[in-house]
Design a protein around this ligand. Structure first.
Ligand SMILES: [Zn+2]
Length: 294
């Protein structure tokens, strides 16, 4: 069962447990949030294929962090016990892939959703960004009210033109692309690791977006079909949405990039639904390691 609230502290504790249990899991700090919190990456595996998963780009989608960490635990357990992960021997996946996981891209935002504005901050500033909302549960942006998944230089200007012009609990793309340290950290990491395939986990909808302006590789349609067969998450090639992490990744690298929308309902997803998401996400994650690259 997952711990609650799943805030930055809960994540840190769970990372500590996982790295203690499995010494082959490497922990790195890829950057710091606006409030100076570390953004963690776990890496597992020795293989040539560079695969990446991330969660909680959006603050109130913290369920993705909890689910991803549970999947990581199952994967390392399977490696330790020489079991299978999905349909493949975990040790085979370990030797064929190098997995990178950033379970919580936006720790400040997640903490805001759960605990309210940080100590010493001006509550009226947050109330202004939060609009008509009475609580912080609808908050998606980082602590400065910038939507981190609207920050990437992939038709950013289009989002800039039609989205809020001021910091807001959601959708504000910022004054420029990549002004926010959390988005910068993800760009740096992506360049450093040279990922072959990335999965960005969001909620909700039970769909997988897999295209961007026709720049996605042929393999994407095959991989997403394998996701669908295992999870029932419907493949959707494109929507009228730009400047996201996976959009930028596909544009820059012409490689496989996916936005996986877990669950159905209103964010944050109810705690009780955790086991259902976990089962499906685990299948998708296993496929992402097993399906050969183009
Ligand atoms: Zn999202």
């Amino acid at each position: 069962m997952m711990r609650y609230p799943y805030d930055s502290k809960a994540l840190e504790e769970e990372i500590g447990e996982v790295t203690k249990y499995a010494t082959f899991v490497t922990k790195e700090i890829i950057g710091y949030s606006v409030l100076g919190q570390p953004i963690y990456e776990l890496t597992i595996g020795k293989g040539p294929a560079s695969i990446h998963w991330n969660g909680s780009f959006h603050a109130n989608e913290w369920m993705t962090s909890a689910v991803l960490m549970d999947v990581v635990r199952q994967y390392v357990k399977a490696i330790n016990h020489d079991g299978v992960f999905g349909e493949v021997k975990a040790r085979e996946l370990f030797s064929q892939t190098r997995l990178s996981v950033v379970p919580m891209v936006n720790p400040d935002g997640v903490d805001l959703v759960m605990h309210g504005p940080p100590h010493g901050s001006d509550p009226s500033e947050f109330a202004k960004m939060n609009g008509i909302n009475q609580t912080f549960t609808p908050w998606k942006g980082n602590i400065r009210g910038v939507d981190l998944n609207n920050q990437f230089p992939a038709r950013w200007e289009w989002e800039r033109a039609r989205k809020p012009k001021q910091p807001s609990f959601r959708d504000y793309p910022g004054e420029q692309p990549l002004t926010e340290p959390e988005a910068q950290a993800m760009v740096m990491l992506t360049k450093k690791r040279d990922f072959d395939r990335v999965l960005a986990f969001h909620s909700q909808g039970e769909v997988v977006y897999w295209g961007y302006q026709g720049m996605e590789p042929v393999q994407s349609s095959k991989t997403v079909d394998a996701f669908y067969k295992k999870s029932g998450y419907l493949p959707v090639r494109t929507i009228e949405s730009f400047a996201g992490y996976k959009d930028w990744f596909i544009q820059e690298y012409k490689r496989e990039g996916y936005t996986v929308e877990i669950g159905r309902g209103i964010n944050p997803l109810p705690l009780s639904s955790f086991p259902v998401h976990l089962e499906k996400v685990k299948e998708i994650c296993a496929v992402s390691l097993a399906v050969p690259l183009e």
